[in-house]
Every structure is written in structure tokens, then in C-alpha cells.
Design a protein around this ligand. Structure first.
Ligand code: ADP
Ligand code: MG
Length: 695
């Protein structure tokens, strides 16, 4: 008898070479194997009389083998096995290519079920490479909804069907982590039932019910964890940072603009939150250009006024430096010292210093606001009294780095853990509500759903003909004559294509320089340049040394060149909508009317439909919703980083499921916060945690 924990190596029918392949899929135990779910089914449940078949149908026939022979095709010399099955209504030809074992297993007179797709050649109807099994056998590969599993080389669906059927029958117990009463309340099947339904569904209804149950399981675990983390933060000791309203007003009056209502509200929520004994754990969710930086600056200011330090983390050197420059402009009247620490910059109070000098100063509490990249996370950095951690564009940080951030938070002078710092993360792209609930359920939310008033909406156009392209180029020329600048973006979608894209950018840069804009100054920025070179190019573009910047996707993140009024995006269809919206956010950052031109590489109706969403609205939240609906949460968030399993991913859009899971999780935790009464659930949660990282 088997249990969930039995290693697959203890199962004789699974041979050694298979174990290695299974291990590559992280399938090591009976539990893992049973949780390897089919991603679709072939419906072979109908057994049909042979004389009723028609080409292109997928179905099963039940008949007797009347002929079997193996030979070679005369053209390609492939091994060819041909057989004939017969039922009361007629005969059907079956052929297999290069499957040596067929002629050894299949014998004349055998009663078999055969499932496959019916095709037709000169000699009539046939099935090529069908699945078959003896009719006396239980239906595994034929005659049912046949599961199709995610495969890798050497592990076929057939293998999984066979092994899972075999293993499932021998498992003694199916310990169910979800409390029975919850399953009853929600009319969900037990674990044993659900596993049966997903691998051996009688019909589609059953497989859907099983998926519903597993989706609930995962979302329930997500929510349990999120609520636990949230509660943990509430019990942790933070440093209350009381804010002085008058000083704050004073600070605000030095700004060159007045805050939007949304900024005011978010700022107030954050400041109020930081006054609490419990550390803040909050997401500032806002569109590109909605003015998140100043909101973070307010929080940092409040901390600095109490003599406490803030660390502000940006995903790239360019951005860190930009934050440093912007914040340096905001803070001079306050008397607080700022520092910048990245791989290539160490700046203290506007002076370049050595790394040891800067670290010493940080430990002594001299700079109150320390801006940096992940270089700020190095082990030898000790803060004096870190009270606030701000992470800009958090999704750009890898999982490991994010984990490290929280760890860093807990470190302080003499390595004695002090109060847990307040934590504020900011998004680069607005995150739709369903996702925040499902994915950031442990965070409190502040929303910037309003743009500063001085903005003119960016005019966005889809450009599909060469003639229009020429018009755009002369328009660019005009704008440049007025003193404006232009970005031209080339796609860099996948790392593996990076080189090709860089080439495209380089070639295009040359073409534009020689042909279209030979009298203009054109800069080039791409991912294969050294950080320093990128940095210099950005700075030079910002200082108007170039009229046009040809760039790959490296400009996506937060770069601020207020004088740029046009962005042209080549092969726009290769980007997601949210990302395109990010690019577009590179312009329109000052009072000039700005323009975004989308140039699809291969114009098509569908592409244009998709891009039209972008042309029709400047509302980042709406675009994010559309992007999410089009590409799914995996692509939207970047599956790799999220680490969520597939079923949970599919269901991140299912707000009803999320709400139910959250309510059930709340109910359960209210009675049994540590899950001591639910040990199975507790260990399931632990396992789950190893797969997922939470903010
Ligand atoms: P993001 O939310 O994309 O990080 P930023 O904080 O970089 O946006 O702000 C974008 C630009 O808008 C900056 O140049 C900033 O100075 C300016 N800005 C921010 N808030 C306001 C406001 N209330 N009124 C006018 N301009 C603002
Ligand atoms: Mg920003």
C-alpha cells in the first residue's frame, strides 16, 4: 500500500531512467505524481460503430483485430504497422509509424478499443497512430475523457495515465488538508474524489468540479498565508513616527506644485499608518506619472524629522540616481542629508565619497534618506535607526532580493533587532483590483487614481503605412525644431532575443542617422551597454545633447525626461499593453502636448484591436485590466517571479473565488490562528510557502 509520502523510487513499475525525468519536473513522491494534473482532455468517451465514422472525428471504436502486418514505407523507409479492426458494422484501417512494439502486442482475434482521429486517403477511412487497449482492460488511454498531461521529452501522457492509474488505486489514504465542514459548505468534493475526477473524469462536469476544488485549495492557502503575514505585522513592534502637521505643511509649501487629492489622501494614509506601534506594510498603487515619488518623500520627510532613517530602493542605477536627484531638490530647505549608494555611485550630501566613508556615515546616522539599488542590501551595511523602507517598482526585484529586503529591515546597529521598519512598496504599473486582492492580500493599499492637473492627455496613434511613417518623421522634425525631444523604442522582449534586438536598434540608429535625420543628433541606448555608459547616455539625452534617443526596452522603467514629447514604438505588438503604457509614460511629464506613435511590425486586424485600447484611453488602471484579460495574470505579473502554481494563476481573475477563499480563511484563523487544530492544513501551508514568496 502506498501513502502520499511514498517516494516514487519505491514503486517497481516506475523505472530508474523515468525517476530522473520525473525529478526534473519536481515529481518525487506519490503526492507529487497525483498532483501532476492534466492540462486538457481528449474526448474519446463515445464508442461508435465503424460505419458511422466520418473524417476529422475524434472517437473510439470497439472491434476485433482481423489483420496485422509490419513493413516499411517504400519512400522514407519508415517502419509501418498496419492493422484492420472489425465491428458488426464494418472495418477500419489502422496505421502506426515507427512503433515497433505494436506488432508484438496486437494479435489477430484480439478485442480492442481504439481511440484517435479519423482521416481519409485514397483507400478510404483510417486512423493513424491511434491509442488502443484490450477491451477487457479498464479504460485508460481510450474510450473515455482521456487526460493529456504537460509533457517533457521522454515523459508522455501515456506514461502519466498509466502510472497515475496504477498509483491511485494503491493509495490507502487521502489525507485532506481542507476541513470537511468547509468542503461541505462550498459543495466541493473530498480530496480523493477530486483527484479521481481530475485524472479519470466521467465527463467534463467532473473535471471542472475537481479544478474548482483545487483552485479553492490554492487560493485558500494564499489567503491564509496573506492573513497570517498581515496579522504578524500587526503584532510586530514598529517605531511609531509621529508627524508634525505644521512642519509638513511647510514642507509642502516649498514644492513647485500642489498635491492632487489622491496624493493628499494616500500621503495621509501612509503618515497615519506610520504613527502606529505596528509596522506599516503598504502598497502604493498608482499609474505612471501619478506622482508616487513625492508621496514617498513625504513619508521619508516625516521619519527624518524624528531623526530616523529611510532607505529608498530602486531597481536600476539610473532610477536610483534619478530619485536621488529629484529628492535632493525637494529636501535642501529641510537640512536633512541624503545619500546615494549603488554599484557605481557613493554620494553623501552631493559629494562623491568612498564606500567605507559612506557606510560609516550611514551607521552613524548622518544621512537620513539613503537611496540605492540592491547594493543597499549588502551584508556589511548597518543602519543607525532604519525606520522606513520604500521599494520603488517592486515587481522588478527578484524573489530573492525581495526576501532580503525584509531581512535587511530587521538588521540594525550591533545586530540587535530593533523595531521592524515601516514598509512601503510602489508599483510601476497600476495593478487591477482583483490582483491586489489575490496577490497582495497581506498589504494595505493606497491608491493614486488621479493624475496631476497640469497634464495634457498623451495623443496616441497607430501608424500602419509607410506613408504615415513619413508623416510621423516630418512631425518629429517639427517638434524638434520647437525644442522638444523624441524617443524611438525597439522591442526587447525575451532575454534570448536580446542580441538580435540590440542589433535592430543599432541598425535602425544608423539608418535614421544616415537617411531620415542626418542633420539631427541621435543617441543610442541598449541593454548590452555598461551601466555607466547607459547612465551617461541618459544624462546626455536629458541635458538635450541629443534630439532623438533610439533605445531598446531598457528605458521602460521610470526614466524622466520632461522635455521629451514624442515616443515612437516600433513593433509595438510585441509588448504587452501595460508595458506599452509604461513606455508612453516616458513622455507627457511636463506641460507640453505629447504624442505616442505605435508602429506595428506586422499590421493585422487583431494587433490593431489590441493596440486600440491604448489609443482610446490614458487610464492606466483600465489598460491594466484589459492587459490582464488579454494575456492572463501569468504574463501580466511575470509568472516566473510570482511563483504561483498554474491553477491559482488561472483563478487570480476569479474574484468570487478569491472572496470566498478569503472569507473562509478569516473564519478559520479567527478560531485557530496557529492552525494547531488543523495539522494537515498547517503542513500544506508550509509546503506552499516554500513555493511562493509573499511581499
Ligand atoms: P510616478 O508615479 O510615475 O513615479 P513621479 O513621482 O515620477 O511619478 O512624478 C511624475 C512627475 O510629475 C514628476 O516630474 C513630478 O515632479 C510631477 N508631479 C508629481 N506630483 C505632481 C502634482 N501634484 N502636480 C504637478 N506635478 C506633479
Ligand atoms: Mg516612479
Amino acid at each position: 500500500m502506498l501513502t502520499f509520502d511514498t517516494p516514487l523510487s519505491a514503486i517497481p513499475s516506475i523505472k530508474k531512467p523515468m525517476l530522473g525525468k520525473l525529478a526534473c519536473l519536481e515529481i518525487l513522491t506519490v503526492h507529487d505524481l497525483l498532483y501532476h494534473f492534466p492540462h486538457r482532455y481528449e474526448d474519446y468517451s463515445q464508442i461508435r460503430p465503424i460505419n458511422s465514422l466520418a473524417p476529422d472525428e475524434k472517437c473510439t471504436v470497439l472491434g476485433t483485430v482481423v489483420k496485422i502486418e509490419a513493413g516499411r514505407t517504400w519512400k522514407k523507409k519508415m517502419l509501418l504497422t498496419e492493422a484492420m479492426v472489425e465491428d458488426a458494422s464494418g472495418r477500419l484501417r489502422l496505421i502506426w509509424f515507427n512503433q515497433r512494439f505494436i506488432s508484438q502486442t496486437l494479435k489477430s482475434g484480439m478485442l480492442i478499443r481504439v481511440s484517435g482521429k479519423v482521416t481519409k486517403d485514397q483507400k478510404g477511412l483510417l486512423m493513424s497512430n491511434p491509442a488502443f487497449e484490450k477491451s477487457a482492460r479498464d479504460a485508460t488511454h481510450t474510450g473515455r475523457l482521456v487526460p493529456v498531461y504537460p509533457e517533457t521529452t521522454g515523459l508522455t501522457s501515456k506514461f502519466f495515465r498509466w502510472q497515475i492509474t496504477n498509483v491511485f488505486q494503491k493509495v490507502k489514504e487521502f489525507p485532506d488538508p481542507i476541513p470537511e465542514e468547509i468542503l461541505e459548505r462550498l459543495h466541493l468534493p473530498s480530496l480523493k474524489q477530486a483527484l479521481g475526477y481530475i485524472h479519470f473524469p466521467k465527463n467534463e462536469k467532473f473535471s471542472l468540479l475537481a479544478r474548482k476544488r483545487f483552485a479553492f485549495d490554492e487560493m485558500f492557502l494564499v489567503q491564509l498565508k496573506a492573513l497570517q503575514v498581515k496579522a504578524l505585522f500587526k503584532t510586530a513592534k514598529g517605531e511609531p513616527i509621529l508627524f508634525d502637521q505644521d512642519a509638513l505643511k511647510n514642507f509642502l509649501s516649498t514644492l513647485p506644485f500642489t498635491l492632487t487629492n489622491a496624493q493628499r489622501k494616500a500621503g495621509f494614509e501612509i503618515l497615519k499608518d506610520m504613527e502606529k506601534m505596528q509596522p506599516m506594510n503598504r502598497l502604493l498603487n498608482g499609474d505612471v506619472g501619478s506622482g508616487k515619488t513625492i508621496v514617498a518623500a513625504l513619508a521619508a520627510y516625516a521619519a527624518a524629522e524624528r531623526g530616523l532613517q529611510t532607505a529608498i530602493l530602486a531597481p536600476t542605477e539610473v532610477l536610483a540616481r534619478q530619485h536621488f536627484e529629484n529628492l535632493s531638490k525637494l529636501f535642501p530647505q529641510t537640512g536633512h542629508t541624503l545619500a546615494l549608494l549603488t554599484g557605481s555611485y557613493r554620494v553623501l550630501d552631493n559629494k562623491t565619497v568612498t564606500r567605507p566613508t559612506l557606510l560609516k556615515a550611514i551607521t552613524a546616522g548622518i544621512p537620513k534618506i539613503i537611496i540605492g539599488t540592491h547594493a543597499l542590501l549588502e551584508n556589511d551595511i548597518t543602519f543607525d535607526n532604519l525606520a522606513l523602507v520604500v521599494v520603488d517598482e517592486q515587481h522588478r526585484f527578484g524573489v530573492a532580493q525581495r526576501a532580503k529586503l525584509q531581512e535587511v529591515s530587521l538588521k540594525s546597529k550591533d545586530n540587535i533587532p530593533k523595531a521592524v521598519p515601516h514598509f512601503l512598496t510602489m508599483t510601476a504599473t497600476p495593478i487591477p483590483r482583483t490582483l491586489t486582492l489575490a496577490f497582495f492580500g497581506n498589504l494595505d493599499l493606497s491608491l493614486l487614481d488621479e493624475m496631476p492637473k497640469n497634464r495634457k492627455p498623451i495623443i496616441t496613434k497607430i501608424v500602419s503605412t509607410d506613408q504615415e511613417r513619413e508623416t510621423i518623421y516630418s512631425f518629429v522634425r517639427n517638434e524638434i525644431a520647437k525644442g522638444r525631444q523624441t524617443f524611438i523604442i525597439f522591442p526587447l522582449v525575451e532575454e534570448s532575443l536580446a542580441l538580435k534586438d540590440v542589433k535592430a536598434a543599432i541598425t535602425e540608429h544608423k539608418r535614421l542617422e544616415e537617411k531620415n535625420f542626418s542633420d539631427l543628433r541621435i543617441g543610442l541606448l541598449h541593454g548590452k551597454m555598461k551601466p555607466k555608459e547607459k547612465e551617461e547616455m541618459m544624462a546626455e539625452f536629458k541635458n538635450k545633447k541629443y534630439d532623438i534617443l533610439v533605445a531598446t526596452a531598457v528605458v521602460e522603467v521610470g526614466i524622466d525626461v520632461p522635455n521629451a514629447s514624442i515616443i515612437i514604438i516600433e513593433e509595438a505588438e510585441r509588448f504587452g499593453l501595460a508595458q506599452l503604457h509604461q513606455f508612453r509614460g516616458r513622455v507627457g511629464r511636463a506641460a507640453h502636448q505629447s504624442y505616442c506613435f505605435l508602429l506595428p511590425g506586422k499590421p493585422s486586424h487583431i494587433t490593431n484591436e489590441r493596440l486600440r485600447t491604448l489609443a482610446e484611453t490614458n487610464n492606466g488602471f483600465k489598460i491594466a485590466e484589459a492587459d490582464l484579460a488579454l494575456r492572463g495574470p501569468g504574463a501580466f505579473l511575470g509568472t516566473r517571479q510570482s511563483g504561483l502554481p498554474d491553477i491559482a494563476m488561472e483563478n487570480l481573475l476569479n474574484i468570487k473565488l478569491i472572496t470566498i477563499a478569503r472569507d473562509e480563511a478569516k473564519l478559520l484563523l479567527a478560531l485557530d490562528y496557529k492552525l494547531t487544530k488543523h495539522p494537515l492544513l498547517k503542513s500544506a501551508l508550509q509546503k506552499f510557502e516554500e513555493q511562493i514568496h509573499f511581499e
